[in-house]
Design a protein around this ligand. Structure first.
Ligand SMILES: C[S@@+](CC[C@H](N)C(=O)[O-])C[C@H]1O[C@@H](n2cnc3c(N)ncnc32)[C@H](O)[C@@H]1O
Length: 259
């Protein structure tokens, strides 16, 4: 896997080059959309033929967090994150505002489909919707960050990916800050790679790390390698097996470390 000295935008740009070289106009999905900022960035760079946006936009999204962590003094109360969400996480109005921002951002764009449901409840809806239709080239996974739910999302959304399709995970790291949310994304990614034969291809050297996963035997891995080497992109290559060791080291800035 290559550690990019860059943020997630570079991953989208590399994927943009990859899809262009394969004459693919990509189909994208995002699980966990918030106000649609990242969805808009992905859409601007990758110009998808279809973009599906899945989010519960409801306090129910955090029922796993509450169930898992309410007895843990080392895990933050959800109210600490009210600023990030623009209001209390216990109130539906907070999520209605975020949902409306997404609707406004993508209004009039017929290639965008918004599915207002928990990622797990959306699976049968998507099965119905996508029966007999092409699969997705990239699914951005950023809904619940609790281990069990992320693992469910990865395992269940595999069926919506093309054979060479990618998962990109946000917040896929271990850090002192992440511990305060009992972040389980990295651990779920490591387990998923073992059970589904995926490998990490690209990782960002950022806090709240992004990691790109693809099937171990995918021909796209060599193409990504070529794109990166031919574009003077700075990277450090490390064995895939180090993914589980990834952690954030805090200094004047935050870097990822495998030590
Ligand atoms: C970290 S934010 C997403 C940020 C966005 N991807 C970005 O990069 O700008 C997490 C979002 O996931 C949603 N969410 C959390 N758990 C979910 C679940 N189980 N199913 C669907 N959405 C969920 C929340 O409502 C919230 O909008």
């Amino acid at each position: 896997m290559k550690v990019l000295i860059a943020n997630r935008i570079l991953i989208y740009q590399v994927l943009g080059e990859l899809f262009k070289s394969m004459s693919i106009k990509p189909r994208l999905m995002e699980l966990g959309v918030l106000d649609g900022t990242n969805a808009k960035t992905m859409a601007d760079i990758l110009m998808p033929q279809e973009l599906f946006l899945v989010d519960s936009w409801s306090p129910e999204a955090f029922s796993d967090y509450i169930k898992n962590n309410s007895h843990r003094s080392w895990v933050d109360d959800l109210n600490k994150y009210a600023d990030y969400f623009g209001g209390p996480l216990s109130e539906q109005v907070t999520f209605d505002r975020l949902y409306q921002k997404v609707v406004d951002k993508f209004s009039g764009q017929n290639n965008v489909k918004i599915i207002r449901a928990g990622s797990q409840k959306a699976v049968p809806v998507l099965r119905d919707e996508l029966r007999g239709k092409p699969k997705f080239d990239l699914i951005y996974v950023d809904a619940s960050h609790q281990y069990e739910t992320v693992l469910d999302d990865l395992i269940d959304y595999q069926e919506f990916l093309t054979p060479d399709g990618f998962f990109q995970l946000n917040d896929c790291c271990h850090s002192a800050e992440g511990m305060k949310q009992n972040l389980g994304v990295l651990e779920a990614a490591v387990k998923f790679c073992k059970v589904a034969n995926f490998i990490p291809v690209l990782v960002t050297n950022t806090d709240w790390t992004d990691v790109l996963l693809v099937k171990r035997n995918s021909a796209t891995i060599d193409v990504i390698d070529l794109i990166i080497r031919n574009n003077e992109i700075s990277f450090v290559e490390v064995p895939d097996q180090l993914l589980g060791a990834l952690q954030i080291k805090q200094g004047k800035r935050r870097n990822i470390s495998f030590c």
